[in-house]
Design a protein around this ligand. Structure first.
Ligand code: HEC
Length: 95
């Protein structure tokens, strides 16, 4: 009984958070552009490049990534990313 409760609890906890590891998503979907290969795509950790984008607020960033922005394809090509996954990667990529 305790085990079932613990499993249910874990399920509730984990479903409230991003299901995918931000770094893994970045390496798989975003790194091809956001690692310096594409100069107009802000690089991970480049504070100066991220500052004006972060100023738009997390909701705008999430919308732009989900729908795509100019050269960036919708969802940054992570088709199995939930909005929570994308939000977690955006937070990770901009630090
Ligand atoms: C095909 C290349 C490409 C891929 C793949 C890509 N991006 Fe981008 N991304 C760009 C470019 C280029 C920009 C700058 C767009 C502009 O401002 O015109 C950008 C901008 C952004 C921004 C800033 C948006 C804003 O409103 O200023 C975020 C956040 C972002 N990308 C996150 C991601 C994440 C997260 C992934 C992976 C899930 C990803 N990108 C994958 C090319 C890419």
């Amino acid at each position: 009984m305790n085990k079932i409760l613990a499993a249910a609890f874990l399920l509730v906890i984990s479903s409230a958070h991003a299901a995918q590891e931000p770094e893994a998503v970045f390496n798989r979907s975003c790194a091809m552009c956001h690692n310096g290969q594409l100069p107009i795509a802000p690089k991970k950790g480049d504070q100066a490049a991220w500052k004006p984008r972060l100023d738009k607020g997390p909701d705008v960033l999430l919308k732009n990534v989900t729908e795509g922005l100019n050269v960036m394809p919708p969802r940054g090509l992570c088709m199995d990313c939930s909005p929570e996954d994308l939000a977690a990667v955006i937070a990770w990529i901009s630090k």
